[in-house]
Design a protein around this ligand. Sequence first.
Ligand code: HEC
Length: 111
Amino acid sequence: MFNRLVMFFCVIGAFSSWSVQAEDGAPRDAAQIVGEVCVGCHGVDGNAMVLGAPKLGGQKADYIAKSLMDYKTGIRNNAVMSAFSSALSAAEMEALGKYFEIQDSTLSVPK
Ligand code: HEC
């Protein structure tokens, strides 16, 4: 558990300069958000890169969007995901859900 925490804080540090809002305030493309932010833990195709990060590839779009909103509003409580979802708009959450839903869910995940 301790090792996982260390890993998460290292990744958070790597992304700490990140901001999801485009400079003009327009929602950003899901693939761009994933490539810049989520990839470090969930992988570009939603196949988790680190222990403890759930697999998102092939997961239902609505479930992903709802999970992100639940982290943002505090219904789901997780320090890592609360931080990363707080900068996402509802439209971006929906786009991210659709992005991950169509990813290949058959690839192997780290044990
Ligand atoms: C630093 C690592 C890290 C990053 C970066 C990260 N996540 Fe997560 N994510 C996690 C962890 C750990 C969990 C499990 C949290 C929990 O136990 O509720 C999680 C959970 C989730 C869940 C819930 C999955 C489920 O099965 O309930 C979704 C959806 C999700 N993340 C989407 C994203 C998206 C979209 C991004 C990019 C904006 C992102 N995450 C960035 C680590 C990360």
